[in-house]
Design a protein around this ligand. Structure first.
Ligand SMILES: *Cc1c(COP(=O)(O)O)cnc(C)c1O
Length: 367
């Protein structure tokens, strides 16, 4: 069986170093906000080309804290509208609604799956204050158009980079393309910890300090609370693990890209649609479009290949977001009903990749 993603295999090359790091952290006697976190924040800023990185508890917290900090700084207030792609993981939308802000869902481009920047302007009102762009599946959004619109209407640009660690846009890394970027280090992400973790990147010193304070109970000086904050910190142990894995992110992304290139070149079955190859994409998921998804998934599983759907239900169709259910989003619905993710990660062997291609090429939608 070719697993969709084997996390044990993914971390196997780092096992000895991870064990040594665990011992080092235990021996240090310092488990929260210690030298590993400080080092990771510096390393990640260097990597992303940003002045500040703030480690936080997870990716949802990273997104939520950016918006909360802008509210604290009076750049945003209750019921302001935030432009966001309609097809994204639920966390992006939750960060907006949890801050008492209003998500304005915009349809994606069916070729890139990312927000269709040509549809943004007509969604802008007097209440619009920010564009929260998502680099979905590892592919960078059309940041040139997004930045242009943001400048014209004086909007903040926030990047959800949870699926795109290391992706670039004209040579600049995601996380450095807007006012602030949010990352997740959930174990399945391109840069994954061995538990939860997240980070925010920004060049804005005031924003960075505000986020740091908010994430630490609203406290800058111990036991003095200037904001009603939260507790969301990147763990010392997880930061230590990320310090080991970060130097290998680019080579792991290169492997993902090589696999994607191989798939696109060799999958010739015309009954499935493949993504466009883009060398700046970090291929968090390799997405195939098929109208016969159920049949396709069953057929692959019968042939020993696990697949997944990212995602089966669009945010506006979730029970939690009943208030959004009447919005007409045909492209989003189309995508949600036809996407299927095939295994595409650095653990795959050449034989596995070849087998996946052969099996897909032999798929008959009528069978
Ligand atoms: C994973 C993910 C998040 C949330 O990250 P967590 O660490 O799981 O909270 C946010 N946005 C997107 C697009 C994601 O894929």
């Amino acid at each position: 069986m070719i697993k969709f993603l084997d996390l044990k295999k993914l971390n196997a090359p780092y096992k000895d170093a991870l064990i040594k790091k665990t011992t080092d952290v235990i021996e240090s006697g310092w488990y929260i906000k210690g030298k590993e976190v400080k080092e990771f924040e510096e390393n990640f800023s260097t990597y992303t080309g940003t002045r500040y990185t703030i480690g936080v508890g997870n990716g949802l917290d990273a997104l939520t804290l950016i918006l909360k900090a802008y509210k604290t700084l009076s750049k945003l207030s209750d019921n302001d509208e935030i432009i966001v792609p309609a097809n994204t993981y639920i966390a992006t939308i939750l960060a907006i609604s949890n801050n008492n802000l209003k998500p304005i869902l915009v349809e994606p481009d069916s070729k890139t799956f990312n927000i269709d920047s040509s549809l943004i302007e007509k969604s802008i009102t007097k209440k619009t204050k920010a564009i929260l762009s998502v680099h979905l599946y590892g592919k960078v959004c059309d940041m040139k158009s997004i930045s242009k619109i943001a400048t014209k209407y004086n909007l903040l640009v926030i990047e959800d980079c949870a699926q795109a660690h290391g992706a670039t846009f004209f040579g600049k890394k995601v996380g450095s393309l807007g006012d602030a970027g949010a990352f997740s280090f959930f174990p399945t992400k391109n840069l994954g910890a061995l538990g939860d973790g997240g980070a925010i990147t920004t060049d804005n010193e005031l924003l960075a300090n505000t986020i740091r304070t908010l994430a630490n109970y609203g406290s800058k000086i111990k036991y003095e609370n200037i904001y009603k904050g939260v507790n969301s910190r990147l763990d010392e142990l997880q930061a230590g693990f990320l310090n080991i894995k970060l130097p290998h992110l680019d080579s792991e992304n290169q492997k993902r890209s090589d696999i994607a290139k191989y798939y696109i070149k060799n999958i010739t079955n015309t009954q499935v649609k493949l993504p466009i190859f883009d060398k700046t994409d970090v291929w968090h998921q390799f997405i195939i479009i098929t109208k016969k998804r159920e049949l396709f998934q069953k057929y692959l599983l019968k042939n020993g290949i696990e697949t997944m759907i990212h995602y089966p239900i669009a945010p506006h169709n979730q029970e939690a977001y009943k208030e959004l259910s009447s919005i007409n989003l045909p492209i989003t619905l189309d995508i949600h009903s036809q996407v299927v993710s095939i295994p595409s990660n650095p653990t795959l062997t050449n034989n596995e990749i070849k087998k996946i291609v052969t099996v897909i090429n032999n798929f008959k939608a009528s069978s």
